[in-house]
Write a protein that binds this ligand. Structure first.
Ligand code: MG
Ligand code: MG
Ligand code: MG
Length: 307
């Protein structure tokens, strides 16, 4: 029986690249493993896979009765819907510990670093398996993406060390330059449907029983959103009315200014204001220095929804 490796719903580069890298490692260790994804890849990931000439993982959304290995999340809301009916044999993640449980013992690689691929690098080192050039390249790109080219407060020494070592293997002289190239691709949002932008990097969170959806768009210049902000806000409202979410938020992150504008649609916006101790104006607020959803947004909201 093959082992299926998958990252979270609405996959980002870390989810895709970690699934490919872990699948390669498992195969080297004699376990038949297949890299999977739970949804379509984003333009940044497409750029990365094309650059290193690697195939896109297969799409697989049902895992009941199968052996599975989860990367880049342990939140049930972001795992395949039937994951509790699967045999989860392992996880590798760098987020808060989620609510995924298993029926059998598992290997758990969880650490507070900037990217799952940094931990995957440690897995290769642990098993003494050499990382091929192309896989080193995509792992490096995933780390640059998740750490916003080392600027995110989630970035650790382990991440910069991993990038250094992976760059050597992949033959990349200037990782930061490659990172900027990636973020420019990410910033090309014009001509994309508003809903696609809202959903591009969107995650649902269960906050003490309250469902909160948070999207994030990271760009090199926030002004590209000037003409679309009202449409984005309107779509957040529509999205909220379509489901059972209490709040739908969109984080517009300027990686050069190093801060984010938060667009808010909420049944009770005072909760959001309380979380960040700030008043919103026209359903927007500027959060200076905020780059990370997992470290600078989610914990503050969870605290408010706990009360
Ligand atoms: Mg991710
Ligand atoms: Mg990640
Ligand atoms: Mg991210």
């Amino acid at each position: 029986m093959a082992l299926y490796i998958t990252g979270h719903k609405i996959p980002d580069s870390d989810s895709i690249c970690s699934a490919i890298a872990v699948a390669y490692l498992k195969n080297e260790l004699g376990i038949e493993a297949i890299a999977c994804k739970q949804g379509e890849i984003n333009p940044e990931t497409a750029f990365i896979l094309e650059k290193f000439d690697l195939e896109t993982p297969i799409t697989k959304t049902s895992y009941a009765g199968e052996d599975a290995f989860i990367t880049d999340t342990t939140d049930l809301a972001l795992c395949p819907d039937d994951i509790l009916d699967a045999n989860v044999l392992g996880v590798v993640d760098h987020h808060k510990l989620g609510d995924l449980t298993t029926s059998t013992p598992l290997e758990a690689w969880i650490r507070p670093v900037g990217c799952s691929n940094t931990i995957v690098k440690e897995m290769f080192d642990f098993y003494g398996v050499e990382i091929p050039k192309d896989i080193a390249g995509i792992m490096l790109c995933a780390i640059l993406s998740d750490t916003v080219i080392f600027k995110s407060p989630t970035c650790t020494k382990a991440d910069t060390k991993a990038v250094k070592e992976l760059a050597q293997i992949a033959g990349i002289e200037n990782p930061k330059e490659l990172g900027m190239e990636m973020f420019k691709i990410k910033s090309a949002v014009e001509g994309t449907a508003i809903r696609d932008l809202v959903m591009r990097d969107f995650k649902d969170f269960n906050m003490s029983g309250t469902k909160v959806g948070i999207g994030q768009l990271e760009v090199v210049d926030l002004s590209i959103f000037d003409a679309m902000k009202e449409d984005l806000l309107k779509d957040l409202e529509t999205l909220k009315s379509e489901g059972e979410r209490h709040s739908v938020l969109l984080l517009l992150t300027d990686i050069m200014q190093e801060g984010s504008e938060l667009l808010i649609s909420s049944d009770d916006a005072s909760k959001i204001e309380e979380a960040f101790d700030m008043k919103s104006a026209d359903s927007k607020m500027w959060l200076d220095g905020v780059l990370s959803r997992k470290k600078q947004i989610v914990p503050f909201l969870e605290k408010v929804f706990k009360n």
